[in-house]
Ligand binder design. Structure first.
Ligand code: BGC
Length: 753
C-alpha cells in the first residue's frame, strides 16, 4: 500500500487511525502551506477546527480565519462516507515532498470503498493547491456523488464567540469552476476562492458536473456509476486570491485555474520542495527520532515564511492556528529569526522590515506614553499598533487581565538584538544604513527615556515591568530587561560612531532625518554603564528587586516526559508571590549575551533557576538547552532537545490542536545549529565549536555567513567545512575549536578534534 512503506521513515509523520479526540491535533501537524497561506490538515470530509489563514490578512486586528476550500465528500447511494465507517486508515505528512497523503478504506452497509489522496499547496504558484484522489468501490457497482465544497461558514474564537470576520458577497459558478467571494468585515478586503473538479476513468471524464449554493457554501458535484474494482481519479484544484494581490480578484482567481494540469502542478511542487531541502535540511546520523522531529520543525518553519511581496511577519502559531489572533510577538525575533538569518538571510531581512515599516506607529506609541523614540508593540498585527487584548485565558481556563502591553517592554530590546545578529551574520551594511540604524537609534531613545535615576544609588533603574517570566506582573529592575536595555544603549552608541566614521554622508542623512545630535549617544553610553543589575559577588543573579524574598518553591515532581509538575499547594493566583518562573528569564539573558558571562556564572544561575522554572511556555526549553550545552551538560541538553523537537508531535503543552508552537520550531533549530553545532559569529570570524550528544554520529547542515554559503559536517572526531561560494579568491577567517584557520572558495577544511 502506498503509505505503508513510508512509516518509520524520517521524512514522514504518520496518523495510523482516526481518533475523534485527536482530529484537531492532526489538523495542526498536517497543515500544508507555502507562506502565502496555511491550510490546516483536516480530513476532507470532517473538519474539526477549520483553519485557512492568509499571510497578512487581518481584520479588526486579528488574522482572518478564511473560508475553507479543501472540503470533499463522497456519497455512496445516498450516504456520506464518514469517519464512523472507517475500516483502515492512514495519513502521512510527507515532508520531503510537501504532501499530505491519505489512504482510507471505508465500510458502509457491508461494502468497502477505497479512497486515496495527495494534497498540496504549491510553493511555486502560491495561489494554487490541489487534492488529487482516487476512489474505488471494492465490492459492487454503486452510484457515487463526489461533492466538492468551498465552506464559508463563520468561525468561532477561543471563547466560543462567533468571529464575524467576513461576510460572503457572492457564491457561483463560471465556466465549470466553483467560486466564493467574501469581504472582511472591517477593512473590506476581498477574498476569493475557486475550485475545479473532475472525475476521470483513465483519461476520460465521467459524470456530469452540477452546482448548488446557499448563502455560505458553494458546492460542485459529480454523479457517476463506479464499477466494482475500477479506480476513478478525482482531481480538485484550488485557487486563492485577495484584493491585496490584484484588483480583479474574482477574474484572476478563476483564471488561475484555467487549463491547469494537475500532474504538472504536482511535479513542479515536488521539484520545488526538493530544492528547498537541498538548502535547508539538517542531517543527524544515529538518531532517527530526533532526525524526524528536526525535519518536522524545518518543514513548519519553511511553510511559515511569507512571500517577499507580503508585508507581514510570523505569528507564534505560524499559519496553523490563531490562538494569539495571528499577532506578532518577540517569538519571531528571538526564537524564529536566527533560523532565517543563518539559512535564508533575505527572508530574515523581510521579517525585520515588517517592523521597520511600522516604525511610525512605534514612535506614536512611545509618545502616547510620554517616552521618546519608539516603543514596539507587545503584540502587533497589521498596522503595528499595540494589539494586545485586555483579557485572556489563563492555564486553568479562567479569564485574566492582561498587563503585557503596559509593561512587557523588553520587546523593544529584542528587536534590536535581532538586528544586531542579522548584521553580524550578513554584514548587510545597506540594510543597517537605510533601515537598521534608525530602529536602533529610536529604540535607544526609548530606553533612555524609560529609565529613572535613583538619586541615592546613582544607578539607573527600570521600574514597573514584566520580564519574560510573566508570572510576575509588575516588578522593578528585571535583570533580562535591564541588561538588554543597557546593551541596546551601548550598541546604539557604537553604531552611531561607526556610521559617523565610516559612512559620513549616510550619517548626515540619518541624523538629520531623526534629529539626532552627539549629546544623545553620550547619554546612552552613560546610562548603559550605570544600569542597575542585581548580580551578587558569586555571580548569582536576582531576577528582579527582592525576588529572593519571595516564597521559595522548588519543583520536586516531573511527569514521565520530564516536564515539571505544578507544585502542590501553589494556587495559580498566588504564583507571583513565589520564586517560580514561567519561562527562562535570567537564563535567557545569559544565553543571548553568552560572551559577557563567565562559565561559572552560567553554571550557578542554571542550577538555581532550573528547579524553579516550570516551562509553561514553549520559549523556555530551548534556552535551558542552549545554556546546558555551554556548561557542558550535553546529555541534559539532549534530553531537553528531545522534548523540544518533539513538543508538538507529542502534544507536550496540551494545546497543539490550536496551532503549532513557532518558538519550539526555531528553538529546535537553534539548539541543533548554534548549540550542538556551535556555529556562531565571533568578532570578525566565523566560529565553530561543536559538542555532539552521545547518540549522534554525525551532524550536517548548510548556512550563510557574510554572504557565503557553508556546508558543514561534524562528527565526534572531526569537523569538515566546505565553502560553497561563487565569488572567487575569497579567504575567510574561521575559528574551529578555538584555533583560527583560513578557508578559500571551493575548499574543504577538515580539522581533527
Ligand atoms: C509567553 C510569551 C510569548 C507568548 C506567545 C506567552 O505565553 O509567555 O513569552 O511571547 O506566549 O508565544
Amino acid at each position: 500500500m502506498f503509505l505503508e512503506k513510508r512509516s518509520g521513515n524520517e521524512w514522514i509523520v504518520c496518523e495510523e487511525k482516526v481518533e475523534k479526540e485527536k482530529l484537531g491535533y492532526w489538523e495542526t501537524l498536517f497543515t500544508l502551506g507555502n507562506g502565502y497561506l496555511g491550510s490546516r490538515g483536516a480530513l476532507e470530509e470532517r473538519i474539526e477546527h477549520s483553519g485557512t489563514y492568509l499571510a497578512g490578512i487581518y481584520d479588526n486586528e486579528r488574522i482572518v480565519n478564511s473560508p475553507n476550500p479543501i472540503c470533499l465528500d463522497i456519497w455512496v447511494e445516498g450516504s456520506k462516507l464518514d469517519i464512523d465507517q472507517v475500516l483502515e486508515h492512514k495519513r502521512a505528512l510527507d515532508m520531503r515532498r510537501g504532501l499530505l497523503l491519505r489512504h482510507t478504506v471505508f465500510k458502509q452497509n457491508k461494502r468497502r470503498f477505497d479512497y486515496r489522496s495527495k494534497r498540496f499547496f504549491s510553493p511555486v504558484n502560491r495561489h494554487l493547491g490541489g487534492i488529487l484522489a482516487t476512489f474505488k468501490s471494492l465490492d459492487k457497482d454503486v452510484e457515487v456523488v463526489v461533492r466538492s465544497k468551498i465552506e464559508g461558514k463563520g468561525k468561532k474564537d477561543l471563547f466560543g464567540r462567533p468571529l464575524n470576520q467576513y461576510f460572503i458577497t457572492e457564491v457561483g459558478e463560471k465556466g465549470g469552476l466553483l467560486y466564493l467571494v467574501a469581504n472582511t468585515s472591517e477593512l473590506g478586503i476581498e477574498l476569493c476562492f475557486a475550485t475545479s473538479l473532475e472525475i476521470l476513468d483513465g483519461d476520460k471524464p465521467v459524470g456530469t458536473l452540477s452546482f448548488s449554493f446557499d448563502s455560505e457554501t458553494s458546492v460542485a458535484e459529480v454523479r457517476f456509476i463506479a464499477k466494482k474494482g475500477k479506480s476513478y481519479r478525482i482531481n480538485k484544484l484550488i485557487s486563492v486570491f485577495t484584493s491585496k494581490d490584484t484588483k480583479s480578484v474574482k477574474r484572476v482567481c478563476l483564471g488561475a485555474l484555467g487549463n491547469r494540469k494537475p500532474s504538472s502542478l504536482l511535479r513542479s511542487h515536488q521539484d520545488a520542495w526538493k530544492r528547498k531541502w537541498n538548502n535547508f535540511d539538517i542531517e543527524v546520523k544515529g538518531d532517527k527520532d530526533v532526525q524526524r522531529s528536526i525535519r518536522f520543525c524545518l518543514y513548519h518553519l519553511l511553510i511559515a515564511a511569507p512571500p517577499k511581496r507580503i508585508d507581514t511577519s510570523i505569528a507564534p502559531n505560524t499559519l496553523t492556528g490563531d490562538t494569539y489572533q495571528g499577532h506578532i510577538f518577540w517569538d519571531t525575533e528571538i526564537y524564529m529569526l536566527p533560523f532565517f538569518i543563518y539559512s535564508w538571510p533575505s527572508k530574515a531581512k523581510d521579517l525585520i522590515l515588517y517592523r521597520y515599516k511600522r516604525l511610525g506607529n512605534a514612535r506614536l506609541a512611545a509618545k502616547e506614553r510620554r517616552y521618546a523614540g519608539s516603543l514596539w508593540p507587545w503584540e502587533s498585527a497589521q498596522d503595528g499598533r499595540e494589539a494586545t487584548p485586555d483579557w485572556w485565558v489563563n492555564f486553568d481556563g479562567s479569564k485574566m487581565k492582561v498587563w503585557t502591553k503596559e509593561r512587557e517592554h523588553h520587546i523593544s530590546g529584542d528587536l534590536v538584538y535581532a538586528i544586531a545578529l542579522y548584521y553580524q551574520f550578513t554584514k548587510d551594511e545597506k540594510f543597517i544604513l537605510e533601515q537598521g540604524a534608525e530602529i536602533v537609534f529610536e529604540t535607544a531613545r526609548f530606553w533612555a527615556s524609560r529609565v529613572t535615576r535613583n538619586a541615592k544609588s546613582k544607578k539607573y533603574e527600570i521600574r514597573d515591568v514584566i520580564g519574560p517570566n510573566e508570572f510576575q506582573k509588575k516588578v522593578d529592575n528585571n535583570f533580562y530587561t535591564n541588561f538588554l536595555a543597557g546593551w541596546v544603549l551601548k550598541y546604539a552608541h557604537t553604531l552611531f560612531h561607526f556610521i559617523k566614521q565610516k559612512h559620513p554622508s549616510k550619517f548626515e542623512a540619518i541624523v538629520e532625518k531623526i534629529g539626532l545630535s552627539d549629546r544623545e549617544p553620550k547619554r546612552w553610553k552613560e546610562i548603559s554603564e550605570r544600569l542597575k543589575l542585581n548580580i551578587s559577588s558569586s555571580g548569582l543573579i536576582e531576577e528582579f528587586d527582592e525576588y529572593f524574598k519571595r516564597k521559595d518553591v522548588v519543583i520536586k515532581e516531573r511527569n514521565e516526559s520530564g516536564m515539571p509538575l505544578w507544585p502542590a499547594g501553589v494556587r495559580l493566583e498566588d504564583v507571583g508571590k513565589t520564586q517560580l518562573v514561567k519561562q527562562a528569564d535570567v537564563v535567557l539573558g545569559l544565553c543571548l549575551f553568552s560572551n559577557e558571562f563567565s562559565l561559572q556564572a552560567k553554571k550557578i544561575n542554571f542550577e538555581y533557576y532550573e528547579p524553579r522554572t516550570i516551562h509553561k511556555s514553549s520559549l523556555s526549553i530551548p534556552t535551558y538547552a542552549l545554556i546546558a550545552i555551554e556548561i557542558g551538560e550535553i546529555e541534559k541538553a539532549y534530553r531537553y532537545l528531545q522534548l523540544l523537537a518533539n513538543s508538538d508531535l507529542s502534544n507536550l503543552f496540551g494545546n497543539t490542536s490550536r496551532g503549532i508552537h513557532g518558538a519550539s520550531l526555531g528553538g529546535t533549530w537553534q539548539v541543533v545549529v548554534r548549540g550542538f553545532g556551535g556555529v556562531k559569529s565571533k568578532e570578525e570570524k566565523l566560529s565553530i565549536n561543536p559538542s555532539l550528544p552521545r547518540a549522534w554520529q554525525k551532524l550536517k547542515f548548510r548556512f550563510w555567513w557574510h554572504g557565503h554559503n557553508f556546508e558543514i559536517a561534524i562528527s565526534k572526531e572531526k569537523v569538515s567545512v566546505f565553502l560553497r561560494t561563487k565569488t572567487k579568491d575569497v579567504r575567510l577567517p574561521i575559528e574551529i575549536y578555538n584555533h583560527t584557520y583560513y578557508i578559500k572558495s571551493g575548499e574543504t577544511l577538515t580539522i581533527e578534534r
